[in-house]
Design a protein around this ligand. Structure first.
Ligand code: DGY
Length: 304
């Protein structure tokens, strides 16, 4: 029986399967554990179930001498130092596939919301500003028939492309179209690549300057892919039409972040995979990864 530390309570019944075999300790604080709390909580744990918001770096790994298995509750693993884990022989797993559709749905929701000014229009009703049927005030961009540029054509990028077919969109993807051309031709640009040293600030001032002045940027991948200062300037100068972000850098974004003063911007608190069914499936995969690794088997969804 191993001790497993969970940094957050998660949805779904699969945890019971873990509890039946191992000692499971869940961090129950309102806020995620600080670095010190994470290190203390890990202590002699052999398994860790962590969130994308937990930075599992070399020092955290070094401070957990018995750690054998890390199950990241996300498909992205940029929050885990994979080299440090590999060097210690610690198995690391993620939760691919199960969140593809939920995340693609949210990318589409953001595209529609930004194109048709949904948040601002809804706020105007609550502010009692609905004076009359408006002939021009809320006119936005058409999604159907528009050109959608998909940066990163993996599982989620392809799922977004499938949805775009239903809207008769013309889809460009970085797999077949160079990024500079994709940015110049797209009415909507949706990001679906992982955050790596190569994709950090991939969408910088130069990239933004290639986009149409009417184009809308959607990011449901990782905040670090976009240079947020450059994005703020592009929105303020109107060199792009708008942006809708489910992810920011850093997370959480504070209410006084200067980017929030930029026009035509929607920001959500990283909810791409946040449906009951998807989060339960993510729990299933994370639990399966831990059970396997702690039994000396390969994780079903191993990253290293
Ligand atoms: C992931 O799994 O990487 C997603 O960002 C979670 O929503």
């Amino acid at each position: 029986m191993a001790r497993i530390f969970l940094t957050r309570i998660v949805d779904g019944e699969a945890l019971d399967r873990l509890r039946a075999v191992h000692t499971v300790e869940v961090w129950t604080g309102d806020a995620p554990p600080t670095r010190e709390e994470l290190i203390t909580g890990l202590g002699d744990a052999e398994g860790l179930l962590c969130m994308l918001s937990d930075r599992i770096d070399a020092d955290v790994i070094a401070a957990a001498p018995r750690l054998r298995a890390i199950a990241n509750y996300a498909v992205g693993t940029d929050n885990v130092d994979l080299d440090a884990a590999l060097a210690r022989g610690i198995a690391v797993g993620n939760t691919p596939n199960v969140l593809t559709d939920a995340t693609a749905d949210l990318a589409f929701a953001l595209m529609l919301a930004a194109a048709r000014h949904l948040p601002a229009a809804e706020r105007s009703v609550r502010a009692d500003e609905w004076g009359t049927w408006e002939a021009t005030r809320w006119n936005g961009a058409e999604v159907h028939g528009a050109t959608l540029g998909i940066v990163g054509f993996g599982r989620i990028g392809r799922a977004v492309a499938r949805r775009a077919e239903g809207f008769s969109m013309n889809v460009l993807a970085t797999r077949a179209t160079p990024l500079a051309e994709l940015l110049a031709r797209s009415d909507f640009v949706s990001l679906h690549c992982p955050l790596t040293p190569e994709t950090h600030h991939l969408i910088d001032a130069a990239a933004l300057s290639r986009m149409k002045s009417s184009a809308i940027l959607i990011n449901t991948a990782r905040g670090g892919i976009v240079d947020q200062q450059a994005l703020g300037e592009a929105l303020r100068k109107g060199t792009i039409g708008g942006a809708a972000l489910d992810v920011t850098d850093p997370e959480p974004m504070r209410a006084d972040d200067p980017l929030l003063n930029a026009p035509n911007l929607i920001v959500l608190p990283h909810i791409g995979s946040a449906t009951h069914a998807t989060r339960s499936r993510m729990t299933e995969l994370a639990v399966a990864n831990l059970l396997a690794a702690l039994a000396g088997q390969p994780m079903p969804n191993a990253v290293v």
